[in-house]
Design a protein around this ligand. Structure first.
Ligand SMILES: NC(=O)c1ccc[n+]([C@@H]2O[C@H](COP(=O)([O-])OP(=O)(O)OC[C@H]3O[C@@H](n4cnc5c(N)ncnc54)[C@H](OP(=O)(O)O)[C@@H]3O)[C@@H](O)[C@H]2O)c1
Length: 230
């Protein structure tokens, strides 16, 4: 299959590209800075900011499936990245007759999500970080989800919990809508999407994905994801 990955130079995007190439897919890495992506057999690199509709159309042309794993730095300012990407990618897919779309959202969007055995997270981190410090990102992910649901495409909204990097995929879990777990390895997030290319279990549905076989230390995740990534 010919797949397009928007956000291919990011932490999840790099893993997704690697796994897709290993699975024998042709991959188009759609990135803002092509020099960030190492050339490899089976990989085409195109320059595309998701706000640039013409560049997005060029990237999507001739593909079988599109993945959007774009993301930005934590901010309290208004965010439009995810909804902008949804608009340009959906328009480009309609123009080129491409049907299969995966977008990465977040389980935080599920209103009742309160993972079990996570007192500190539920009572301190989630109210302060997710509901205040990065609220604008979640507002925009919500707009993205609405656009994707209304797109008429064969979409899957993918909702990970807190992301961390692991050395390999694990036996991840895939509940619908929300998952009772704090963490998702990027390797599992990528593998779960690629696995769905060959089936329709989550077409026009929301797929949560969590990692339970490995549990990172919460302090280490905060240090790496929130502090070192700034
Ligand atoms: N961190 C978490 O715990 C968590 C939890 C749930 C969901 N998520 C979501 O998971 C997704 C992936 O996270 P991640 O950690 O892999 O993200 P990341 O490492 O920050 O990568 C995001 C990528 O998006 C690209 N990008 C940003 N703006 C763009 C634009 N205008 N046009 C094209 N590309 C653009 C960046 O490009 P450059 O390389 O050019 O900067 C970067 O490569 C994000 O949507 C995030 O909201 C994260």
């Amino acid at each position: 299959m010919r797949t397009v990955v928007f956000g291919a130079a990011g932490s999840t995007g790099r893993v997704l590209v690697e796994q897709a190439l290993a699975a024998g897919h042709q991959v188009v890495a759609a990135v803002r800075h092509p020099e960030k992506v190492e050339p490899r057999a089976g990989l085409t690199v195109v320059r595309a900011d998701v706000a640039d509709a013409a560049a997005v159309r060029t990237a999507v042309a001739g593909s079988d499936a599109v993945f959007s794993v774009v993301g930005g730095k934590p901010t309290r300012q208004p965010v439009e990245l995810h909804s902008t990407a949804a608009r340009t990618v959906i328009d480009a897919m309609h123009e080129h007759g491409v049907k299969r779309l995966f977008v990465v959202s977040s389980v935080v969007l599920e209103p009742g999500w309160r993972p079990s055995n996570a007192f500190f997270f539920n009572n301190v981190l989630d109210p302060v970080v997710n509901r205040v410090m990065v609220r604008t990102t979640h507002d925009d992910l919500r707009r993205m989800e609405q656009l994707v649901r209304a797109s008429g495409l064969d979409w899957t909204i993918v909702r990970p919990s807190g992301l961390f990097s692991n050395h390999a995929p694990t036996a991840y879990e895939l509940p619908e809508d929300q998952a009772d777990g704090l963490f998702t390895a990027r390797e599992d997030l990528a593998a779960s999407m690629l696995d769905q290319l060959s089936g329709d279990a989550f077409v026009r549905r929301v797929m949560a994905v969590i990692t339970t076989a490995v549990r990172p230390r919460i302090a280490r995740v905060i240090w790496r994801e929130a502090i070192m990534s700034r």
